[in-house]
Design a protein around this ligand. Sequence first.
Ligand code: COA
Length: 374
Amino acid sequence: MEKNIYLVGSGLTPFGEWWGESLRDLMEEAIAAALKSSHLNATEIDMVIVANMLAEVTNNQSGLGALASSLLPHHPPALRVESACGSGALALHTACAFLESKRAKTVLVLGVEKMTDASVDAVSQALMGAADSELDAPSGLTFPGIFGLITRRYMHEFGLTREQLSVVSAVHHRNAHENPFAQFRQKLTPEDVTASPLVSDPLRLFDCSPISDGAAACILSTIHKSPLRIAASQMTSDTLSITERPTIVSFKATREAMSRALKESDIDRSDIKVVETHDCFSIASVINMEDLGFAKQGEGIRIYEDIYAGRTPLFLNNSGGLKACGHPVAATGIKQLIEVGKYLKDTSTQWGLAHNFGGAAASCGIHIMENTNA
Ligand code: COA
């Protein structure tokens, strides 16, 4: 890919339940923060890409490209992209494509979701749009149900116990404790997770990412520089329905995206020390560690056990992940890249990775970032 795409500014709203703020308010707040951090004038933005999944259902709003553009004084061209919970990574990937083609030089990438104005039932049903409406939805499944099935199968194949799985959310909540933008900042023990209310057997409340409001914005440029360079941007797809896959305990879209991203950035997996991964449900994180190649199949939980015990230097989901930081679905992929950039700078580390997927990894986006000052 183009070697000179830089992250020159970024901004987040806190993630949470914001009844007093509209979709537009969230967009405005994130854009203003990104522009402020970039020190650019708004008129230097020549393209806007907006990621959003649910606004028609949760906010009675479409036309998000024009809405975002109208928040800038010169109304630059704008488009909206959607790939369910992977919409944020798709927006970043689209921005990279515009920059590489030289159609744009400085792109504002915005992810926004305002989910809490609708009932949990309505949101759950809308989120099922990320599964197959003919093959999955008629059974009555929701996403906690799909990942409950995946968890049960994984436990059957690899012997993962309920108590072991609980360590994942304990790590995410411990990390979120330090993150002022996180939705749930309370520390949890693995025992708290195991004792939380049952949602979809064997998944419990504290295994599930929440329903959230929030926005994340970043500015990517080929003409303005920063120490943070995008070294790889890859998107992959798999079947929309889990019923059409040979296995549900490993995600092909992640494996392929990772392999391509490593090739594109020309680094080894072991160079990557900072990772934000897509933990929509705690089992997803365990599987992701394996599909990203940080653990052998069946051993993903060991990474979390090591982190919980302070035995590994991997910076994993420092934001608190989707579970504790919150998951306003289309904002998540952009928040992940922002968090990776922050940790690369704070820890003077060279390489980091953001891993975001849509549905049950029906689509996957991976971005690798280099801190050129490290
Ligand atoms: N983690 C921690 N606490 C949570 C939580 C979560 N995931 N979800 C809700 N809570 C808290 C709420 O803040 C609330 O606390 P309070 O009583 O102190 O105010 C309490 O638990 C009950 O919240 P409520 O909104 O009634 O929960 P719910 O039962 O309606 O919804 C889930 C809980 C897990 C079903 C819902 O968050 C959900 O569907 N999550 C998955 C979303 C999803 O599928 N995303 C896409 C992934 S692919």
